[in-house]
Write a protein that binds this ligand. Structure first.
Ligand code: PHE
Length: 472
């Protein structure tokens, strides 16, 4: 059976943008921005998207298109080593972990959508969010969200994913744009813009490490890198596309939507009495925005529109999470797409139900576990692209572009030498922070550089020995 592919360039871009744009932009980005000093966070986040996110995204595209396979098969066949296949399994795990909490948040969003029709949460937004966020109701809506996700994935690349995202993404962008214009008229808009856009150097200096870690985690999460999603999606595209160009467009659109969401959510938060944007946490979107909608004329209709948009954005991301393990079972174990989807959905039905009942499990999966998995995943991908694929990666990078190999070489140097220690630095700090251990940053930095270079040199040595063996 021939492997499926996207029908058009725009289909691929929209599907990848659909994966990138999701709750990460609309729920997590405004919350992170509010918690980390507004403009300070924005600037670091944009820098990391540019310097780490985009090159990392392109590395995943290079691996995916080169192999024409999902991550496990791609790493295994391109390297000729079963060990790399095992490294690839981390993406299957990442997909399942991601979906196990994302589907719960997706369930909250669906619930808010339905509750908007009656305005059920308008009177006591805080209490309402508290009463629905965990428990049987949350589990029920998680199952509903998961069922819709599975339905689309079962339909396959063209019939399901491409068709759904081609319709969803333009609607999402248009509606967010309209909401942002409307939010500009709110009483707190000026203060919100100031917080969001005026750079505060003193704040950055005082909180540099925290902002850096949050910004790095957010950059990976929002671009969907490190999970293998983008390897999987790129495995369905042709050689006539420019990977660096597509990657840049995708990152630009994704970042644009995140900033747009900031222009919607922050003015709402700043216009709401009794809400402190900096401490409103993961409930920021729900509580703050709900309070605002409750007080506005025509609030129910606006809320319906808003949560409809967020549901679409969440779905186009959740399908990309489920696609990772589905593509693995289809490509590597010969499963029927429908059977694989049903089996994996049944698995997430259980794990998601656990996190729908336990805020602790939810918090651990959504926080440290996902950060660790994505950072480790991206670390493996960039090392693989730069040192196992090596010159082939540069060739794949330039394929379908008008670039000479110079830009490709610079990119390879960046992902092969600069990114590995940087990613390890955030990984080590993240793990230490999670364990509650203290270590001077300089030591962590030295350890990251040392381990990073050790991994890079040994991977490079093994790869060149194998190349020599194959040539002999
Ligand atoms: N980028 C998605 C979002 O912002 C989340 C995601 C992460 C999707 C990793 C797939 C893989 O909501």
């Amino acid at each position: 059976m021939a492997r499926e592919s996207w029908t058009s360039r725009i289909g691929f871009i929209l599907a990848a943008v659909g994966s990138a744009v999701g709750l990460g932009n609309i729920w997590r980005f405004p919350w992170m921005t509010a918690e980390n000093g507004g403009s300070a966070f924005l600037v670091l986040y944009l820098g990391i998207v540019l310097a780490v996110g985009v090159p990392g995204l392109v590395a995943e595209f290079v691996i995916g298109r080169r192999a024409g396979k999902s991550p496990v098969g791609a790493l295994e066949s391109l390297s000729g080593s079963k060990h790399w296949g095992k490294v690839g399994l981390i993406t299957v795990l990442a997909g399942l972990v991601l979906l196990s909490f994302y589907s719960v948040v997706g369930g909250w969003i669906l619930r808010y959508f339905f509750a908007s029709a009656t305005g059920a949460y308008f009177d006591a937004p805080g209490a309402y969010f508290g009463s629905i966020s965990y428990g049987a109701g949350a589990a029920g809506f998680h199952v509903l969200f998961l069922a819709i996700t599975a339905g689309i994935v079962a339909g396959g690349i063209r019939g399901g994913i491409e068709r759904a995202t081609t319709v969803m993404m333009p609607i999402v962008i248009l509606m967010l744009g309209a909401l942002a214009v409307w939010a500009g008229g709110l009483s707190g808009a000026g203060e919100a813009y100031d917080f969001f856009l005026t750079f505060d150097a003193a704040y950055v200096q005082a909180n540099a490490l925290d902002i850096l870690l949050s910004a790095a985690g957010q950059a990976l999460f929002t671009l969907s890198v490190g999970a293998g999603t983008m390897i999987t999606y790129a495995s369905y595209i042709g050689e006539d596309r420019s990977l660096p160009a597509d990657g840049s467009i995708i990152a630009l659109l994704n970042t644009g939507v995140g900033v747009l969401a900031g222009f919607v959510v922050l003015p709402l938060l700043f216009s709401t009495p009794n809400v402190d944007p900096a401490t409103s946490g993961p409930g920021a979107l729900f509580v703050g925005v709900a309070t605002a909608f409750g007080e506005l004329p025509g609030g129910r209709l606006l809320a319906l529109g808003f949560f409809a948009v967020v549901s679409l954005a969440a779905l186009s991301s959740s399908i990309s999470m489920l696609e990772i393990p589905v593509a693995y079972l289809v490509d590597e174990h010969g499963f029927e797409r429908k059977t694989a989807t049903a089996g994996l959905a049944a698995f997430v039905l259980v794990t998601g139900t656990v996190s729908a009942f336990s805020s602790e499990v939810f918090g651990i999966l959504a926080g440290p576990v996902v950060d660790i998995l994505l950072t480790t995943g991206l670390f493996a991908f960039v090392v693989f692209a730069a040192w196992v694929l090596g010159g082939d990666a540069v060739e794949e990078f330039t394929l379908g572009t008008r670039f000479s190999s110079g830009l490709g070489d610079a990119w390879r140097l960046l992902i092969g030498v600069v990114l590995p220690p940087f990613l390890l630095f955030t990984l080590f700090n993240g793990i230490l922070g999670y364990l509650g251990w203290q270590a001077p940053v300089e030591y962590v930095a030295v350890a990251a550089i040392f381990v990073g270079l050790a991994v890079v040199t040994s991977v490079q040595r093994v790869a060149s020995t194998e190349r020599a063996d194959n040539a002999a």
